[in-house]
Design a protein around this ligand. Sequence first.
Ligand code: PMP
Length: 389
Amino acid sequence: GESRPAVSDVHRGPTGPIEVPSRLLMGPGPANVSPRVAAAQTLPLLGHMHPPFFRIMDEIQQGLRYVFQTDSPYTLLVSGTGHAGMEACIANLIEPGEKIVVGNKGIWGARVTDLASRYGADVIDLQTPPATAFSYETLEQAVTEHKPAVLFLCQGESSTGVHQNLAGLGELCRANGTLLLVDTVCTLGGIPLHADDWGIDAIYSGSQKVLGAPPGAAPLFFSERAFQKLRNRKTPVASYYFDLNLVGDYWGWFNKRFYHHTGMVSNWYGVREALAMTADEGLDHLWQRHGNCAQMLWGGLSSMGLEPLVEVEAERLATVNTIKVPEGVDWAAVNANAMSKYSVEIAGGLGGTVGKAWRVGIMGYNATPANVELVLAAFRDGLRQQGRL
Ligand code: PMP
């Protein structure tokens, strides 16, 4: 039979309770969650096919319709972080050989070009100068020239802190047989978005930023046009886990509930509660709160002589603020001091902005004047240490 040697203790552990320091997360996400969201996650587990859990899934879909501002029945949470939402959209909306115009203004555009080519798309990689948004005219020219199956844009490019204006793009896409796909991972809930009125066809987001839930769920929206594209594909969706024909069936898109994968029960309790907090506060109030905090942040930063990386004011994102690192300043020392002395996370750049910018997130539960004051105090102290103030 099997041999039964003594249990090895070489790797025994971990032992004892988990240790987690308390930190104020003022980078580009994740942000801290409210006690109400944290508490919801500790509620008893339900089976992923139990009717009370289906009711919670229905509530999540209602909350998503509110934050997306849509009447579409096609909303759900993709199991996974923002990237899972990104991959689900690309895998389902594009068939091999079809064109996608990727509005690429940083890391997130670059990731979509990579992903889309893995799914066999013919990728048109449209780039802007660093830390700028696309003009309507540039996008109009690309869409009318290529008539792509999909136009991708990132509403908030968190690597550069750039906000993309989406005005007029819905009509442009409709006129050219194109689906409009938008990344809202770092913006959903923090700045205005109107999926139906703006004619957006597909959106993905993340739970861990403005919405104020832990990482692990990617809110997704499909318009009727996107849904029809999915249902009329000539080729099967190349990903099993992200096939929205199957995932949608679990979320009731086809008026029944079919087991595809185990819903992320505790995580979705948290998202449900975060969406309820959003609805309790109201989107207008939430957008305003983010705008006010961003304004307060910039007031304080400019009094220290710090400048925005994004030149055009209308292209600055309230949720991820990018600050130019002045010549000769050790940006990493400022971040390290903020963490060790204030337990505050201030982030460095990402991709093309590494060493050039700091990134300060103003997101959801963390978007308060008191937290902004703490970030400003950390900057002031860090700059003083380097003889800059
Ligand atoms: N898109 C944007 C704009 C983001 O800010 C992020 C996260 N930083 C992502 C996509 C990817 O999300 P995740 O890390 O949750 O997979």
